[in-house]
Design a protein. Structure first.
Length: 644
């Protein structure tokens, strides 16, 4: 059969035009939207995505259609009519050629949960009573979205991934524990659906969560931030590089057995060429920077008595570690900030004895950090007490070298660009935030960073003064008996300044830490309740006390200081059948000593008989303070100092 050439060309043109139009007509919606999601009630909730320039897209929910034209850059955004809490609904996004259907959509209140590991910490990590909590987590009106980790040196158009899920025992396991306990209480008390967007990353500085515009209001970052961004170049595959490097490094470390094969732990091993390190310290003090791997240590001690078991106390060790005594591996009995090993009497000998350690440094951090008095060899009755806070031999070259640590996740703006910017302007009720541990290495300026971040986020979301409920750092690390300086306490002091921002509330966690000092406290139920109570009082208008009492003023009479507190919600109280603890006072010289204290209504009177002219007072001023002063609704009194 003969086909005329013009007709043939026309058929071909129509065929390929149909294919082209079909491909071009494809529409997409941001990954922050999916079935099972919660949309913010009582606002014109935004929905956005991509399409073909100048195409008309329809967004339909509950029979209400809203039309939007795709702009010249292929982007579209539409704002839905205001809805009260309810659902489930079906949301459709379509044009003539394509349809996206999102089902089981609820309307309620959406909260962004953000920060580092204590907000990230999932129920399955080991929260109190985790099995029972997970088993009972059947709340179809609570929905979670966990934003997939990603990094970039420029703001991204969309998140890397994530999918909204209804709260079930299976889905809740890997979700933020604080976020879950917060959502459960709000949903139950307000009888509305609650959505939690979990955008968290452990071990991160606040600067990583801030935008370039916010950071460049500070002179330091005006100069350094453009250089950082320029040096990282095209970061299109930066996160993949980061993850591949992690896998390679972990594989090398997993198979690092050189020291064991060489019997570095043996008393007969020749360590004459090893360098020396004075413990306690951080490895970077000895030039071990940007390091990820094992360091071996050796030290000889002298013993006179060999009849009883001893304990090797190392305090806080970063991180995984093995200990040997006279060539035999010891059994570990302590973890976290209180690492210890049992030394059986059968391994002891009079005279010279060898201690060998293999310690893993991760995330470019390594060291034995604890105060000198916590690093020793002791007997139960303390008849033997040998300090190990002195010189050790060390060698970081025994095990295979690993790739340099690329801490991209702590580059300023890199997390904001990938995990916050792409979810703006998703409709929110407010933000819950727990972060700060990583900034304790340099607390100065944290209050300013926090203020800049909050104001910047609020401006970008365009929802006015979005409520922000943030957590003050819990007690952590080893408890010390005498007053001491504390960068963690300084960070808490900076955090407390965040309450000066409008529409904010701070959650006290100073009493929730663990005995062993692990920064990841397990009582997330109590913390989640305090976050929820703060939101109920600040945002939902519930008449309840939700703030810990804070220092208001002091007066001095002879050798006693009287402290007045605000927000006591009745009379102050001491929990536990023991005297008040946690107070320290000093004279003009600012040398602090533990103080005795008694409660007098909403005041506390403190003194130390050795200080005749006291001037300054501190409360809870330590990494892990022993505090037992509470207000009338059993919220802890907030740490403070008056000497600065």
């Amino acid at each position: 059969m003969k086909i005329y050439r013009p007709l043939f060309y026309l058929i071909v043109f129509i065929f390929f035009s149909a294919i082209y139009n079909s491909l071009c007509a494809k529409i997409s919606v941001s990954k922050v939207f999916s079935s099972n999601m919660v949309l913010q009630r009582n606002i014109a909730a935004p929905i956005w995505g991509k399409g073909v320039a100048r195409e008309i897209i329809t967004v339909e929910i509950e029979g209400i259609k809203t039309l939007v034209k795709v702009d010249e850059n292929g982007k579209w955004i539409v704002r839905l009519p205001k809805f009260k809490a309810g659902g489930p609904y079906i949301l459709k996004i379509f044009n003539q050629q394509d349809t996206i259907t999102l089902s089981n959509v609820l309307v309620g209140d959406v909260w962004l949960a953000s920060g580092q590991s204590n907000m990230q910490m999932a129920l399955s990590w080991g929260v109190n009573n985790k099995e029972e909590e997970i088993k009972n987590a059947n709340y179809p009106n609570i929905r979670f979205l966990s934003v997939t980790n990603d990094l970039d040196n420029k703001p991204l158009a969309d998140i890397a991934g994530g999918e909204w899920m209804a709260c079930t025992p299976e889905s809740v396991k890997d979700f933020s524990a604080i976020g879950y306990f917060f959502a459960r209480q709000i949903s139950n008390e307000m009888n509305i659906p609650i959505g939690i967007i979990n955008s968290t990353w452990g071990g991160t500085d606040i600067q990583a969560w801030m935008s370039r515009k916010a950071l460049e209001t500070l002179p330091f970052y005006q100069d350094t931030l453009p250089k950082i961004i320029s040096q990282t170049g095209d970061f299109s595959y930066g996160y993949e590089q980061f993850m591949q490097t992690n896998k390679l490094r972990d594989s090398i470390i997993e198979h690092s057995t050189n020291g064991i094969e060489q019997k570095v732990f043996s008393p007969n091993y020749d360590d004459t060429t090893w360098k020396t390190m004075k413990i306690p310290c951080k490895w970077k003090d000895y030039g071990i920077n940007n390091f990820f791997g094992y360091v071996w240590f050796r030290k000889n001690i002298q013993l006179k008595e060999i009849e009883k078991d001893l304990v090797l106390n190392l305090g806080e060790v970063h991180l995984d570690n093995i200990a040997y005594f006279n060539g035999i591996e010891l059994k570990k009995q302590g973890t976290g900030a209180n690492v210890s090993y049992v030394i059986p009497a059968s391994l002891l000998k009079k005279g010279d004895n060898l201690i060998a350690l293999r310690v893993l440094g991760r995330w470019a951090v390594g060291g034995l950090y604890s105060p000198s008095e916590l690093i020793n060899v002791t007997s139960t009755d303390k008849s033997t007490d040998i300090s190990l806070a002195n010189t050790w031999k060390y060698n970081e070259k025994i095990e295979p070298e690993t790739p340099s640590w690329l801490e991209f996740y702590n580059y300023p703006t890199f997390i904001f660009n990938a995990k916050i910017s792409p979810i703006i302007p998703f409709g929110l009720k407010g933000i819950i935030w727990y972060q700060g541990e990583n900034n304790t290495k340099n607390p100065e300026g944290y209050a300013n960073y926090f203020s800049l971040m909050v104001n910047d986020w609020r401006t970008r979301w365009g929802q006015g003064d979005l409520p922000v409920v943030f957590g003050q750092l819990s007690n952590c690390n080893i408890r010390t008996e005498k007053p001491t300086e504390s960068r963690i306490a300084e960070l808490r002091e900076h955090q407390a300044k965040g309450t000066q921002l409008i529409n904010t509330a701070m959650v006290a966690n100073i009493d929730l830490g663990l005995v062993d000092g692990d920064v990841h406290f397990k009582n997330k139920q109590a913390s989640g309740k305090r976050f929820a109570d703060a939101a109920l009082g600040l945002v939902y208008g519930k008449k309840l006390a939700y703030t810990g009492s804070s220092f208001q003023s002091l007066s001095i009479h002879k050798n006693k200081i009287t402290i007045k507190f605000s927000a006591t919600s009745g009379k102050l109280k001491c929990l536990g059948n023991k005297p008040l603890t946690g107070f320290a006072i000093a004279g003009e010289d600012k040398k602090f000593f533990c103080a005795e204290a008694i409660i007098a209504g909403n005041k506390v009177i403190v003194w130390n008989d050795t200080i005749k002219n006291p001037k300054f007072v501190r409360y809870g001023w330590a990494d892990n303070p022993d505090c037992n002063l509470y207000n009338g609704v059993d919220l802890p009194v907030l740490p403070f100092r008056t000497d600065k």
